[in-house]
Design a protein around this ligand. Structure first.
Ligand code: C5P
Length: 419
């Protein structure tokens, strides 16, 4: 999916330029064709040689812009070449130029001479960031749907101040670029509120012991990122998961829970406001009947654990679902993934289910990849071959878009295959 895709990176004059080298390096290793433009100020921080070496292609500077030997104007050539652009770090100065449509160097001219989606990653000193003029410009830029934003984070800045202004981490930028290459910048989920559950619930018998499962929440996180990148308002109800994953979700409302009972309550609270709800969480089916608030000494641990049923959250949601809402479940399966998933779709009265193969190499629990069959209530099925979880999330949103609101019918025979 990324092999041979064309990403143009505009590097601004800020210290965060060094982090952009990581973005370029990762993209190039993934087979993406990367070209980079450095402003004059960017070259105070990193050199064209650094960037050219990482891109495996010479870097572009204003010096080249003004050379008469180009067959076509360079900004036109580069603007037409790019499928997606990234401007990082976006300095306060560059931001102001974009707001006013200035074209005073190769980078700003190329942005105006292109129509592709542009991802903006601002970085600056915290006082600069909080200036009303900068905030106004930042809000204004985002009214232009061509511009996508990865907001700066908070932390220690290179000027030794602590506050907002750190450029988003390369991992967050890379995921967004990946989305833009998939969607070409479309924001078909604007106006939708998407509620997602993620991770494996923990059913404690005392404060340290629990019944759990290997779910890491990566699929739910990918669903949240993809929805956000397509313009949705996103709420993620999540069981315990790595902080690293949660940190990649700026802009998503996060509601942490531990057990199935807590997840049920959070989902019930959020569900009335949701347009689409996706239950990607691996919710326990059973929980210990008794809970001890004190850690049980080893000698008091029971030989057999009395269990009670955990609430079936998705089944409960389907009973209160209103006609405009869509409810999608996941079924983690081994062997024949299709038949049990279909049975769950019908029993839990879902709009669609993702039959998720968890016994394949590099797929399912904990992996960055996945493979699945989407089945909807009308019997349509689409098989998705192994791909990244982010891509799987985008495929799922495409699938939900094509679903009708009609009631459950028998399965159709024909299959559609995507890879
Ligand atoms: O565990 P199972 O394969 O039955 O899960 C199918 C779907 O039901 C998933 O979307 C899961 O999140 C949901 N589920 C639930 N509550 C449970 C068990 C599963 O909402 N107690």
């Amino acid at each position: 999916m990324l092999q041979g895709r064309r990403v143009l990176i505009g590097v601004g004059g800020g210290i965060a330029a060094y982090k952009v080298c990581q973005v370029i390096s990762t993209l190039a290793k993934l087979g993406v064709e990367v070209r980079a433009i450095l402003t004059d100020n960017a070259q105070q921080f990193i050199t064209p040689l650094t960037v050219a070496t990482l891109c495996r292609h010479s870097a572009y500077t204003d010096e080249l812009f003004w050379q008469p030997s180009q067959p076509r104007p360079l900004h036109i050539e580069l603007g037409e070449w790019a499928e997606v652009m990234l401007i990082a770090p976006l300095t306060a100065n560059l931001m102001a130029k974009l707001v006013h449509g200035l074209a005073d160097n190769l980078l700003t001219s190329t942005i105006l001479a292109s129509t592709c989606p542009v991802l903006l990653a601002p970085a600056m000193n915290t006082d600069m960031w909080h200036q009303p003029s900068v905030q106004r410009n930042w809000q204004l830029l985002q009214t232009d749907l061509r511009y996508h934003a990865v907001n700066p984070g908070s932390g220690i800045l290179a000027c030794d101040r602590v506050g907002m202004g750190r450029m988003a981490e390369p991992s967050e930028i890379l995921v967004y670029l990946h989305s833009l290459l998939y969607t070409q910048g479309k924001r078909d989920l604007i106006g939708k509120h998407i509620l997602i559950s993620a991770g494996g619930t923990r059913e404690h018998l005392d404060p340290v012991r629990f019944i759990g499962n290997p779910s890491t929440g990566k699929m739910g996180v990918a669903l949240a990122q993809a929805a956000l990148h397509r313009g949705a308002k996103v709420t993620l109800v999540h069981a315990p998961m790595e902080t690293r994953l949660l940190n990649s979700l700026s802009g998503v409302r996060l509601l942490p829970v531990i057990s199935a009972v807590e997840m049920r309550q959070a989902m019930l609270n959020c569900f009335p406001e949701a347009d689409w709800t996706i239950m990607a969480a691996a919710v326990a089916d059973v929980r210990p009947t008794e809970y001890s608030a004190e850690k049980l000494p080893k000698r008091l641990l029971p030989n057999q654990l009395p269990l009670s049923a955990a609430p079936d959250i998705v089944a409960e949601l389907s009973h209160i679902k209103r006609s405009h809402q869509r409810l999608i479940g996941f079924a983690a399966q081994t062997g024949d993934i299709f038949t049990p998933a279909l049975e769950k779709l019908q029993r839990k009265r879902l709009d669609a289910i993702v039959a998720n193969a968890i016994d394949q190499i590099d797929s399912g629990f904990g992996s960055d990849h996945n493979q699945a069959i989407f089945i909807d209530h009308e019997g349509r099925k689409v098989a998705i071959g192994q791909c990244s979880k982010l891509q799987m999330a985008h495929h799922l949103y495409d699938f939900i878009h094509t679903m009708s609101g009609k009631p459950v019918m028998a399965m159709r025979d024909e299959d559609e295959w995507h890879g």
